[in-house]
Design a protein around this ligand. Sequence first.
Ligand SMILES: NC(=O)c1ccc[n+]([C@@H]2O[C@H](COP(=O)([O-])OP(=O)(O)OC[C@H]3O[C@@H](n4cnc5c(N)ncnc54)[C@H](OP(=O)(O)O)[C@@H]3O)[C@@H](O)[C@H]2O)c1
Length: 238
Amino acid sequence: MNKEIIFISGASRGIGLSMANYFADAGHIVIGTSRNNFKFENNSANLIPIKLDITCRDSVKNCIDSLKEKNLIPSILINNAGITSDQLFLRMKDEDWDAVVSTNLTGTFNLSKALIKNMLKNKFGRIINISSVSGLMGNPGQVNYSSAKAGLSGFTKSLAKEVGSRGITVNSVAPGFIETDMTSFLDCDAKNEIVKDIPLKRMGSTTDVTLLVAFLISQEASYITGQTISVDGGLYMY
Ligand SMILES: NC(=O)c1ccc[n+]([C@@H]2O[C@H](COP(=O)([O-])OP(=O)(O)OC[C@H]3O[C@@H](n4cnc5c(N)ncnc54)[C@H](OP(=O)(O)O)[C@@H]3O)[C@@H](O)[C@H]2O)c1
């Protein structure tokens, strides 16, 4: 695969960090973001950390403008940043809804909007949206998160239809339960309960997700678009 410039939102830890390290080791330039100042422990010159809140449109615009000035124009966008704010619907506060939808769904809109023009101009691009099994099968306590992630499927299909003729593919990846900070609140008993329902009888690793994304951005996946592909050990089959 050609060496590309890859933009990953939410790359300071978890799945985003795993992808950043993997793609940098493969020789790509990776621009990774987080709301907080951070450094990549891997000292590769291919890794560029940037502080950016993807929910803030002005900050997204300024960030992409300053990358363009440095001739760092991403051809691959991985919309990975996500948050949860779980609560049963009756007790869910407006703020829980707004924060989760603006990060998981509107953040994807903000970044895709800012980067798509150059992909159209270059007649090449890859957009990967990190969704969730929760957006496919629903999950009690996650009306906000499930809605935002399900919204990504519609986003993915519609945008894929708009830009396919210009060599751009748009796909979603729906992880199941992956060992990261996002699932670290689960104690051993809770994890054992979850694993009972997973045909492959384990939680997923960040590498499981990274390797699927690596395939979807590769030349070999150039005929796959508009799809939501699960990496969940068989937890949800559809
Ligand atoms: N772990 C799982 O089991 C699982 C399952 C299904 C789907 N997913 C999805 O996979 C993606 C990654 O999850 P993860 O488990 O790796 O989560 P994580 O460990 O909590 O990491 C989330 C990343 O997103 C960043 N982030 C959050 N809000 C942001 C914002 N507004 N602007 C920019 N960056 C922001 C965080 O950095 P800061 O906090 O410093 O901003 C961090 O780098 C998410 O979309 C998540 O919904 C995860």
